[in-house]
Each structure stands twice: as C-alpha cells, then as structure tokens.
Design a protein around this ligand. Structure first.
Ligand code: COA
Length: 274
C-alpha cells in the first residue's frame, strides 16, 4: 500500500482511477469487486524490495476489467510493467480490459502500445471557482419540465449519442439531475444538466445549444443560471478530446484545466502482447 500511495502522488506515475489521499486510495482499493489483496501482483528487486505492483477488478456480466496500475518505480518501467500487466489481466475471466492514466504518464502510453492496446479518447477535467452571479436570473431560463423532454432529446441525442443519461432522466423530477432550459418565446434553444457535489460544487453533466443559436451568449447564460439556481461557487466538468470548441468555450469563461486523462483498452479484436 505504501508503494502504491507513493506512485499515486504524481500524475506521471499514477493510475487515474485513484486519487492521492492515502485513506481514499485504501478505501477505493478495499471497495473493488475482487479484494485487492487477492489480485495484487508485485515485482520485487534482487534484494526483495517492491519495485512494481498492479491490481485488477472485473465484471463478468459486462465482460470488462479495470487494471489499477501498473505502478512501477523509477527506471524499472520497461523491464517490469509488461509482465505485471499480463499477471493481472490473466486473472480476469473477461475479454475486455482497460487501464487509465494521465496524458502525462508517457510510460503508460508506451506500455499500451508495446502490448497492442488501443489509446482511447483523452478526457479533460475543468474547474472554476467564482462568485455566484448576482442580479436577476435571465427570464428565458427555467427548470426543465416533462413537456420539454422531446426538445431536449433532439439536442441531447445529437450532441451526446449513447451517453450515460437519457433525456427522460434529465427531466424526471425524481432523477439525480437538475436541468434548466433556455426557451425564449417557448422554443428550447439550449439546456444545461447538473448535479450537486458536497457543499459548494456543481458538477456539470451536459450543456448544449442549438447550432443555429451558438455564439450568442446562451452557453454563458446557462452556466450563470445553473450557478444562480444552485448557489454553488465551484463548477467542475469533463470534456472529451473531440470537442475543441467546448474546450475553447470553457477556457474563455475562466475554467482551468485540472487533469487530462486517457483510457487504454484491450479487446478481443486488439491483439495482446506479441
Ligand atoms: C459549447 C457550447 C455549449 C457553447 O455555447 P454557446 O452558446 O455557443 O456559447 P457562448 O455564445 O455563450 O460563448 C461564450 C464564449 O465562449 C467562447 N466560444 C464559444 N464557442 C466557441 C467556439 N466554437 N470556438 C471558440 N470559442 C468559443 C467564445 O469566447 C464565446 O464568446 P464570443 O462569442 O463573444 O467570442 C456550444 O458550442 C455547444 O452546444 N456545443 C456542442 C455541445 C458541447 O460540446 N457541449 C459541451 C460538452 S462538455
């Protein structure tokens, strides 16, 4: 555990499924579906010192695994990490495997390529802490109601096909999402969906504006509206690599890049080592 905690302290040696706090790392590892002490594999030096480790969790129903690590001491990566990866993945009776690291973790990219794993799309985490905008909320913004489902679905399915929440969940009064629409003269031009995290944070799940209504300040108005209606100063969100316009939008609003991560995947169609 001490070795893993040390490697977690820097993005270029860490596994992105886990954080940096020792108690969080221990708690997350303890909570894996297969107990980490059963799946952990270590590499040791001639003198018996731990120089590498890896853990794995899998779900047979989903036919997927999530490799935690590998974590490897400085200078040992290329000699140790391929064997560690193989030692954990061969335990998992599933066809698809994933590992996840900062884009700064160059050795992880090397390992994936060396073992024939595919690089997935990078994911960028942005955050901004700012005073909750004061003044009147734009009168065209209101909470989404069930009758907005079709209009939201059209935009949502176009912008986020196959994502983790459907339009019906975004407008459901019993669902986890708070959703606002901007609908001047009754036509929905955009929506924002968010969830509250802790005492002061708003996690922005989705925001989209109709193509023909973009660059008119609606995106800004929706984020202001979400902050005003929730009273939250900190806004966090993630954006995929294929959305450079959205990244420009958040950067122009003063959001800062907190992390950039990339999944690496192996599936039956991807060859494994050799
Ligand atoms: C991202 C999105 C919501 C922005 O909405 P919008 O209403 O066009 O944004 P705004 O008009 O409020 O833009 C505010 C500022 O952001 C920046 N910005 C917005 N879109 C931009 C783009 N395509 N390229 C560069 N900068 C951009 C500009 O600085 C803009 O100010 P300006 O128009 O005065 O130059 C919209 O482009 C969209 O729906 N994209 C598709 C869905 C999506 O990517 N959502 C985010 C997923 S995480």
């Amino acid at each position: 555990m001490d070795f893993i905690v040390r490697q977690q302290q820097s993005a270029d040696t860490a596994c992105a499924y886990l954080g940096t706090e020792p108690s969080d790392i221990r708690g997350d590892l303890e909570a894996l579906d297969q107990h980490w002490t059963e799946t952990v594999r270590v590499a040791v030096s001639d003198t018996g010192r731990i120089i590498g480790a890896a853990v794995i969790e899998w779900d047979e129903g989903l036919d997927r695994s999530w490799v935690h690590g590998p974590w490897v001491g400085e200078g040992e990566w290329r000699s140790v990490s391929p064997a560690l990866l193989e030692a954990v993945t061969t335990q998992a009776p599933v066809g698809r495997h994933e590992m996840y690291a900062s884009v700064d973790h160059g050795e992880m990219a090397w390992l994936a390529s060396h073992c024939g794993w595919r690089s997935g799309e990078a994911n960028f985490e942005y955050a901004r802490t700012s005073s909750v905008p004061t003044g009147d909320i734009d009168p065209a913004i209101r909470p989404a109601v069930l009758a907005d489902e079709a209009a939201i679905r059209e935009l949502h399915d176009q912008e986020f096909p196959g994502t983790y929440a459907r339009a019906a969940e975004l407008v459901s009064p019993d669902g986890p999402y708070s959703t606002l629409v901007i609908a001047p003269e009754g036509k929905v031009l955009g929506y924002v969906a968010f969830q509250l995290q802790g005492e002061s944070t708003l996690y922005l799940d989705f925001i989209a504006v109709h193509t023909d209504a973009r660059r008119a300040g609606i995106g800004v108005t929706l984020i202001d509206g979400a902050q005003q209606s929730s009273g939250r100063e900190r806004v966090v969100l993630t954006v995929d690599e294929h959305r450079p316009e959205a990244r420009a939008f958040y950067a122009s609003l003063g959001f800062e890049l907190e992390a950039a991560t990339r999944p690496y995947r192996m599936s039956p169609s991807t060859s494994s080592m050799g």
